[in-house]
Design a protein around this ligand. Sequence first.
Ligand SMILES: *Cc1c(COP(=O)(O)O)cnc(C)c1O
Length: 251
Amino acid sequence: MTGAADPQHQQHQRLAQLRANLATVERRVADACAAAGRARDGVTLIVVTKTYPASDVRLLSSLGVRDVAENRDQDAGPKAAECHDLPLAWHFVGQLQTNKVRSVLKYADMVHSVDRIRLVDALSVEVQKSERPELGCLIQVALEGGPEPGATHRGGALPDQVLPLAEALADAPGLRLDGVMAVAPLRGRYAGDPAGAFARLAEIASLVHRQHPAATMVSAGMSGDLEQAIAAGATHVRVGTAVLGVRPPLG
Ligand SMILES: *Cc1c(COP(=O)(O)O)cnc(C)c1O
């Protein structure tokens, strides 16, 4: 077979596209680090592969990507299983129901979206029951305020709940408190102001860090706002669209 319908040709094209997109993102990250007077190696790129197939994860791995993220267990589980031979760290970044915890712990190296005590307890119990190593956890901070009736809640603990949650997490067997995570909010006082949102996250991160010196991670910034996140001190950016392309709307 030759030409555009040849699967091998398609994989080749996809590889070239991913390589080019990664180079563009890498340039943006490097420029943002330089502009902020930060070392490039102070920021880790996590590629968010949600909705994209395991074949893309495999290509990304061949291009040197070491960290990938997923937000839905039903997609992530099979994908991670297909890619178990690859040297990848899997980050779970979606809202996590307690009934999915056991499944997520089979492949996730880190969970970025810990936002309530019930979830801390469930994660701790299941890690202890399993053979797996300690789970790295970030507390997701909601910067838009509480959920409004009818609004889609993107998850996260309110800022005043973060320190008590950090305390609980730090004390929970099997869990390791690594830092904080946020998504720039679409509503509330920081809507349209990712720089303001990430500055607020940085304040919260430093409060957590003061009490828990090993909690140094700040996971913030996506395709549209990674520069603002890096300027505000993000240590991990989570980039999907800018590497893999625009996702079809979720059903
Ligand atoms: C999808 C997703 C991202 C990546 O967003 P892009 O805009 O595609 O870069 C980052 N973080 C979380 C929590 C996500 O769900």
